[in-house]
Design a protein around this ligand. Sequence first.
Ligand code: FAD
Length: 355
Amino acid sequence: MKKCYDVAVIGGGPAGATFARELSRKHPQMAIALIDGKPKTGGKVCGGLLAPDAQKVLAQFDLDLPKEILADPQIFDVKTMDLQSGIVRNYQRHYLNMDRAAFDRWLLSLLPAQVDVIVGRCTQITSGQDGFCIQTDGEPTKIYAKYLVGADGASSIVRRQFFRPCKKKYIAIQEHFADQIVGAPSYSCVYDPKTSDTCSWIIRKDGKLIFGGAFHIKDGRQAYEKQKARLEARLGHCFGESTKIEACLLTSPRSARDFVLGNDGVFLIGEAAGFISASSFEGISSAFLSGKYLADAFSEDPKRTLQKYKKSTRKLRMKLLLKIFKMRILCCPMLRYIIMKSGMCSIEKYEKSEE
Ligand SMILES: Cc1cc2nc3c(=O)[nH]c(=O)nc-3n(C[C@H](O)[C@H](O)[C@H](O)COP(=O)(O)OP(=O)(O)OC[C@H]3O[C@@H](n4cnc5c(N)ncnc54)[C@H](O)[C@@H]3O)c2cc1C
C-alpha cells in the first residue's frame, strides 16, 4: 500500500524529534513520518554535555530531564590545556554530563502516536510534482510526502541532494577507555595546533574516559593518534585499554552562507542546516531551536513557511556567526596564549591535602 504523509522528517536527533513533536502539537491533523537510521555503532558520536543554552530551551518547553539520562560525574569546570604553550587554566562550566543515546531515546519517547517513527536509513530521494519519494533500507521501503525536512545531521543526504554543502567539515574521532586514572580531571579541553586547528576534549562518563577531537578529514586518524601520544606524554600516563573507537563527520560553519534553511518544500534544521557552534561544537540548543522555529513557521504555503522560518532564525544565525568569530580567536595560538596567560575568567584551584 502506498503510504503518503504531509511531512517526512529525515533524522530523529534533537532537531528532528523537536520539530516532529512541535509540528504535531500545532497541526494535530497532519500526517507526519520521522525516518531515523541510527549508526550501527549505537548512538550519536557526541560528548554528551548539555549546555546552559540547551537547558534553557528545555525549560521553555517545560521539560524536566529524567535522572536516568544523567551520567556520572556531574562537572563544574573545564581544565583547558594548550599543548604548544604548556599553559593550563580552569574555567567554570555549567554543563550537564549525560548519556547521549539515552537522551535521544527520551526525546523520541515524547512523540505522540500521530508521528509514525520509521526505523531505517534514507538512501535516496526523488522529487516530483506531488512531493517527494523517499527510499529507505527499512520498512516500508518507499515513503511519499508533500514536504521534506532534513534533520539528518552533518552528513545530511537532504542537504547533499538539494543544497550547497557546508564548506568546512571535520572528522570527529572519539575513543573510550576504562576510567582508571586516579585524580584525572572530569572534563578537559585540549588545544594542540600541531595536530588540529580546533579543540579536543576528555570527559569522564559512567566509569569510562572518553577522549575525542575534530581533525582534518584527509589525515584524521594519523592526526588523532599523534595528538593522543602528545597528550599522554604531557599528562605523564597512558589512557590505557581502549574499549571503543567511533567517528563521524562534524560541521563547522565558516560564514553566513553555510546556514541553509531550505527551498521549494524542502527544509533543513539542526546540524544539517549548519546550526552548530564553530567554537565549542555545541549543537543541541540550535537543534532544539531550529526544530521549534520551523514547526511554528509551518503552513501549506512553502514560500511563507520559509519566510517565517528565516525571520525566526535570525537571532540564532547571528549568535552562531559570533561563535565563528570566537573560534577564530580561541584557535589562534597567539591570541589563545595571551588570553590564557592573563588568567582572564579562569578559576584558581585550592590545594588538596595528601591522603
Ligand atoms: C564528537 C562530537 C561531540 C559533540 N559534543 C556535543 C556536546 O557535548 N554537546 C552539544 O550540545 N553538542 C555536541 N555535538 C554536536 C551535536 O551532537 C549536534 O550538533 C546535534 O546532535 C545536532 O542535532 P541534529 O538533530 O541536528 O543531528 P543529529 O543529532 O546528528 O541527528 C541526526 C539523526 O539523523 C539520523 N540520520 C542521518 N542520516 C540519515 C539517513 N540517511 N536516514 C535516516 N536517518 C539518518 C542519524 O542517525 C541521527 O539520529 C557534538 C558533535 C560531535 C560530532
